[in-house]
Design a binder for this molecule. Structure first.
Ligand SMILES: [Zn+2]
Ligand SMILES: [Zn+2]
Length: 230
């Protein structure tokens, strides 16, 4: 793993700004990975061994994802909407898991650790560089009973909502009085009043089949040498 300052710089670049949340998130990820014995989480040999549960959608969440390399699309990043500044790091090989919580004391003690720095955010940022892990965090050893349908890998479970016809993956369907339903149909959704629409250029496509696919693939590989085409 790179050192803290290098990770803070690259994380801030990816996040869009340097903020106290980046410092907390980078340190949380470094500590979490160390505790579960995955010191190089973004390396090919370790990337599939790590799951991270992030409990808030705030600045620190981006830093944790950046340092650990976990991704929503790979199912290695789980978002649990608790509004708590905490994350859990799980080693899938050993089943070791630790939940790390950022303390409120750390906020209160920012002026003690960086008294010479003006401005609240700058002071916090500097203080979070200087504080020991023991002040910045509380750590819990936890057991994580993970279901096979929550793991990364191919998806084996599909159900069809008997009300709207939508396919529901990974056992997220619900059973209501013997009826298989998607969650929006069963419990209501984050949106309201869904109306199917048509629009003027609805027959637009991104690639009008002008080029043969092989040539297109070669061009892609030239532009993105790192790209692995599945
Ligand atoms: Zn931020
Ligand atoms: Zn439905």
């Amino acid at each position: 793993m790179e050192n803290f300052e290098e990770l803070l710089a690259s994380s801030s670049k990816a996040h869009g700004h340097l903020c106290p949340g980046q410092a907390v998130g980078v340190r949380m990820a470094m500590l979490g990975c160390r505790l579960i014995g995955l010191e190089n989480p973004t390396e090919h040999s370790q990337i599939k061994k790590l799951l991270v549960y992030v409990e808030m959608d705030r600045c620190a969440g981006d830093a944790i994802a950046h340092v650990t390399g976990v991704k929503l699309g790979r199912r290695s990043l789980k978002f649990v909407d608790y509004g708590i500044m905490a994350a859990t790091f799980l080693n899938l090989e050993t089943n070791k898991a630790f939940r790390i919580l950022s303390t409120e004391e750390a906020r209160d003690l920012a002026s003690h650790y960086a008294p010479e720095v003006r401005g609240k955010a700058r002071q916090q940022l500097e203080a979070y560089r200087r504080m020991p892990d023991s002040v910045l965090f509380r750590v819990q050893r936890v057991r994580l009973p993970i279901k096979d349908w929550d793991l990364p890998g191919p998806n084996h479970y599909r159900a069809t909502c008997s009300r709207c016809g939508q396919v529901v993956r990974d056992r997220r369907e619900v059973l209501v009085q013997g009826e298989v339903l998607c969650r929006p149909c069963a419990r209501g959704a984050y949106f309201e009043d869904a109306q199917e629409i048509t629009w003027s250029d609805m027959n637009w496509t991104p690639d009008p089949y002008r080029r043969p696919w092989k040539k297109h693939e070669d061009e892609l590989k030239r532009s993105f040498p790192e790209l692995r085409i599945m």
